[in-house]
Design a protein around this ligand. Structure first.
Ligand code: SF4
Ligand code: SF4
Length: 240
């Protein structure tokens, strides 16, 4: 995004609308920090600019900068998965997608949030560590498409400098690998230059119990089960 310096009257109305503080006003007119901007479009859509000075820059839709927009503007679909927002249904729709099978566990890791953001290169610290541990990267996730080699977890060099509001990495593995995977995640998490959150997904046992509960308690991990079920997205699976 950019502000037309010849049109802006420096009223400052747009500054508070930017979730990453990329709009600056230091010399009368406002301008957008090109590196900080995640192309979320909030300023253009909602700031009441009296002179219509906020516009997309020529690079907004160019590769690799277009990734900023795909990950940060909820109105733009990802070119890879066709999904909106972070571009993945996430495992929380598992009741209708059946993505995570019995005996398997999925982790969804979010890097960045509004107000903080992340460079896509930050995710490589985690993807390389997890690839070494032998995880499966979820195919229907836009982050997986950015991996140059899923076997090593290395990301494409040309995308690593792009900054996005947040991105979700999803992996899957057999239940008995959970302690090792959590150890890998914990080892990397401290080195991240952004905020990080982790969600764990699993199918319930036939009796309704949670298969990994005792394992997590044994590892000293506090458990707060979330029974959010996205009904209405499809027919719930009974057997799979
Ligand atoms: S497009 Fe989003 S990140 Fe960029 S300046 Fe506007 S509000 Fe800020
Ligand atoms: S709202 Fe428009 S005129 Fe006011 S500072 Fe922002 S770009 Fe300039």
């Amino acid at each position: 995004m950019q502000i037309d310096q010849m049109v802006c009257i420096g009223c400052g109305e747009c500054i508070a609308y930017c979730p990453v503080k990329a709009v600056k006003q230091e010399s009368g007119v406002a301008e957008i920090d090109f590196d900080l901007c995640v192309e979320c479009g909030t300023c253009k859509r909602y700031a009441p600019c009296p002179v219509d000075a906020i516009h997309e820059s020529p690079e907004t839709d160019q590769w690799p900068r277009v990734l900023r927009r795909e990950f940060s503007d909820p109105g733009i679909a990802h070119s890879t998965t066709k999904g909106y927002g972070r571009g993945t249904e996430e495992s929380k729709t598992n009741d209708v997608t059946g993505r995570v099978k019995p005996g398997r566990v999925a982790l969804a890791m979010e890097f960045g949030r509004p107000g903080i953001s992340t460079r896509l290169g930050e995710l490589e610290k985690m993807t390389t560590a997890l690839a070494g541990a032998g995880v499966h990267f979820e195919e229907k996730n836009p982050v997986t498409f950015l991996l140059a080699d899923p076997a090593t977890g290395k990301m494409r060099e040309d995308v690593k400098n792009e900054r996005v509001l947040s991105a979700i990495l999803e992996i899957e593995f057999n239940t008995d690998q959970l302690p090792r995977m959590l150890s890998v995640v914990e080892g990397v998490e401290q080195s991240l230059d952004t905020v990080f959150s982790l969600g764990l997904y699993t199918r319930l046992n036939d009796d309704g119990s949670i298969p990994v509960l005792s394992m997590l308690e044994g590892l000293g991990v506090p458990v707060r089960p979330n029974a959010k079920v996205n009904m209405g997205l499809g027919k719930p699976l009974v057997l799979d």
